[in-house]
Every structure is written in structure tokens, then in C-alpha cells.
Design a protein around this ligand. Sequence first.
Ligand code: ATP
Ligand code: MG
Length: 274
Amino acid sequence: MTPLAEPLPAVPTPQLADVGPVEIGTCEDGTPYRLNLHGTHVLVAGATGSGKGSWIWSIIRGLLPATAAGLVQIWALDPKLMELSYGRRLFGDRYAADPEQCADLLDEAVKVMQERAGRFAGVQRSHVPTTDDPFVLVVVDEVAFLTAYQPDKHLRHRITAALATLTTQGRAVGVGVLAALQDPRKEVMNIRNLFPDKIALRLDESEQVDMVLGDGARDRGAHADLISPRPELGAGVAYVRLETSPDPVRVRAAYVSDTDIKAMANEYAGGEAV
Ligand SMILES: Nc1ncnc2c1ncn2[C@@H]1O[C@H](COP(=O)(O)OP(=O)(O)OP(=O)(O)O)[C@@H](O)[C@H]1O
Ligand SMILES: [Mg+2]
């Protein structure tokens, strides 16, 4: 049987408050796959129904104990009003769906980032998550709704500028961006290259693979266009290409069901375990 052809149940939430790497799912050899969020920015691209939600929710799930301990904050931007709204209780005030509010939240993240940059200057060169300065992970579902497809030009510019600022300056001070994207064409996502780590789920065309993962990725075996469109076989399957390694790795994210998300919200909403 082909490796990774079976859906995987959600990874149990970790016992310890750990900022990462987060166990997301399984590699082809059956070992757990862990992804770093702290110290990078991650782009998750894939066609509709490819399972971007399972990546986003597996990441959020793995960070929940650290969120409860105050070491991580998850800020959620949900312009499609779909993916993240189901667990919105987890995010408290740090949730926005309306584009204007998304822009406000991004500007607030930029402020946090700049305040830290000023304070850390000359004192520390990398961020260590603490309750005073938690790792802030800004999660954006369907970033193109806020950028390329945003009809209000002023808002579009504001949002694009904030995202570019966060992705160019955020990682050293503990502000990261995790963005999901359906359409990887360059004109849709001109800030794509600002994400050091990239994940390609099922894509419609072979040319899109290098658009997401960078030059040469498909030649190195990232056949994201050949991932099965049948959800049970292919949803959540992706090729990961990290800044630190040119070789793409095939991984399947675990599936975090609505029931899982509800249980997560019941246990962790408000940022504290109950
Ligand atoms: N990791 C997974 N394992 C098995 N099945 C999955 C997985 N992820 C998603 N699915 C199935 O595929 C469906 C579509 O997944 P999902 O909503 O995450 O796609 P998406 O990429 O976010 O699509 P869209 O761009 O339309 O939001 C889910 O409803 C679920 O049935
Ligand atoms: Mg989705």
C-alpha cells in the first residue's frame, strides 16, 4: 500500500507547554513529522479541498498547552469566515474576519513586533518565548482574500504592507506568520518569497509546484500535482520544503475533526486550561 494513503487521527495534544517543533502528522517512513513555527514563517498552499485546514488546525492544536501557559498567542485572521471561526473561542479578542478588522489586527501585530525590536536592540539577538514576550503566531486563512482579491485598494495596500513587515522583521522578535493560500500564481501572492518555509498540498498544475516551493522543487520530487483529489487518499498530504533543506519531504497532516476542535475549544478557550 502507498505510504500515507490512510487518514490519520488528530495527534494528542502535548503534555507539556512547548513552543515547538509541533507534531503535525506522519512522514512516509511512518515517523512523526514535526514542524517549527517559532523563528520562521510558513506558507501552506493547496487547491480547494486539499486539506489546508488540517495543517492549520494540527499546528494550533499542538501549540495549545503553550498557549494556556502564556508562552504562545495565536492571532487568527479568517477572511473566508470558515476555517477558524469554528474554534474562534480559542482566540478571544485576537480573531478577525472582516477585512478592516483583519487590517487592524495585523497593524497591532506590527506594533508588538516594533516595540520588541526597540526593546531587544543591542540586548538580545533572538527571541525566547516568555509570558511577557510570548511567541505570537498570526494565522491567516486564505491570505489572497486580504491581498489580491481585496477590492478596497487602500485596505489591500495596508494589509500587504503589514504582512510584508511581519514576514521580513518578525521572526527574530518572536512574531510569526502562518498563511494559507489556494492560488499560488505569482500575481496572487507577491509576498510568497517572504515565507522561508513552504508547504504544497495538492495543486492543480505541475507548474504551480515550483511557484509554491521554489525553483527545482518538482524536479527534486515534489509531485504535489499528483496528490490524489480523493480526500481519504490525498487530503492533508503535502510536500514540505524548508529554508534549511532543498529536498522536499512528503508528509500527511493528521485530520483535526470538528469534534476535535470543539473539544479543544472546551478545554482551552480563554487561553487557560479549565
Ligand atoms: N489531513 C486530512 N486527512 C484526511 N482527510 C482530510 C484531511 N484534511 C482534510 N480532509 C478532508 O478534506 C476536506 C477538505 O479539507 P479542508 O477544508 O481542510 O481543505 P482546504 O484546503 O482548507 O480547502 P479550502 O481552500 O476550500 O478551504 C475535509 O472536510 C476533510 O473531509
Ligand atoms: Mg480551508
